[in-house]
Design a binder for this molecule. Structure first.
Ligand SMILES: Nc1ccn([C@@H]2O[C@H](COP(=O)(O)O)[C@@H](O)[C@H]2O)c(=O)n1
Length: 320
């Protein structure tokens, strides 16, 4: 039996349909097979709120290695900024061997689902300190870095150009917050043609002597699990980020979740976590920590779709 809706209810139905169209979040990418979310409704509500506020109230804070850069390509790991330095132009065989031993010792600790960040912290300090000492011993030359990046297998995630160019066009600042090597990171994005004026980098920068030879690393060491300190002391001081209380945060480590801790009076923070490695062991942890988890997803499709949605509201002007 077919029930006919009386004509008197038609306007109500139309209003409801229009309301639904206006409020639903049109992001088909959130239905990709690689996407998992604990609370989809909350994610959609946050995106809607960020869209209402517009691009002028938004900032993006992102990790670099294995977040903006790919984790793997054709079944092989893509080098991190530290591993790009593994090139005979810069270091000798003995140093390569020692760096690999350190990676094999400490990387499993970094991603160990059974240890807390607090437990991992001293090991990370040890890893970074030992590697930086090795690199300093090698007397790395500044003028060789660009060539080492050129010769490396480094790759940014698919869709990186849309990501960087889109943020630049929308005048949304991008803070790259990396525990990698800042000089190498900058060279990677420069060689990919996306080091735009809206990009700011906080990272471990090399200190070269007057002859361009590495003699130390500048400032306080940044590793995977102390980004909160850098966020509070360095990121909070960046004038370009002031007045932008809405944050899209991208990372691949639970330590990355503290990268927005320097934002004063945040309104909406949407976190996206790339789960690249030890997927089954860490899935639940990631789902409980990040709003959106991207499982073995080597693309920027989801961040790009979210940004397209938020920035297409037309509110570009920067508020005084
Ligand atoms: N000697 C090292 C030290 C660290 N790594 C990896 O780099 C990543 C840090 O950079 P982010 O941009 O992700 O903050 C970190 O996850 C380490 O696994 C390395 O490869 N070699």
């Amino acid at each position: 039996m077919i029930y006919h809706i009386p004509w008197i209810y038609m306007p109500v139905r139309s209003v409801l349909a229009v309301w639904h169209q206006l409020t639903k979040t049109e992001i088909p990418e959130l239905s990709k097979g690689s996407v998992v979310m604990r609370e989809r409704r909350r994610v959609e509500e946050t995106i809607r709120a960020m869209r209402r506020a517009g691009a002028c109230r938004l900032q993006v804070i992102s990790d670099f290695d294995m977040t903006l850069s790919r984790f793997a390509h054709n079944g092989r790991r893509v080098p991190t900024t530290h591993n790009i330095l593994d090139n005979r132009l810069l270091i000798n065989e003995e140093c390569t061997k020692k760096m690999k031993e350190l990676l094999n010792t400490y990387y499993p600790i970094e991603i160990d689902a059974s240890r807390s960040a607090k437990e991992k912290l001293p090991f990370m300090v040890e890893w970074w300190t030992k590697v930086h000492e090795l690199l300093i011993e090698q007397r790395i030359r500044k003028d060789m870095l660009a060539q080492a990046v050129k010769e490396s297998r480094t790759m940014l995630r698919d869709g990186y150009k849309v990501f960087f160019d889109g943020l630049h066009e929308s005048q949304v600042p991008l803070l790259i917050f990396s525990a990698g090597v800042g000089d190498v990171l900058e060279e990677v994005i420069r060689q990919n043609g996306v080091f735009h004026s809206n990009v700011h980098v906080i990272s471990n920068y090399m200190d070269f002597d007057h002859a361009g030879v590495l003699r130390a690393f500048k400032g306080q060491l940044i590793h995977t699990f102390n980004k909160r300190e850098g966020a509070v002391t360095q990121a909070a001081g960046l004038a370009q980020l002031h007045g932008r209380p809405n944050v899209l945060l991208l990372g691949d480590s639970l330590g990355d979740l503290t990268m927005a801790d320097g934002v004063s009076d945040p309104h909406h923070v949407l976190t996206v976590g790339f789960l690249n490695d030890q997927v089954e062991e860490r899935k639940e942890l990631y789902m409980n920590a990040f709003d959106i988890v991207l499982v073995r997803d080597e693309t920027m499709d989801v961040p790009n779709a979210i940004l397209r949605n938020i920035t297409s509201s037309g509110r570009l002007e920067v508020k005084a």
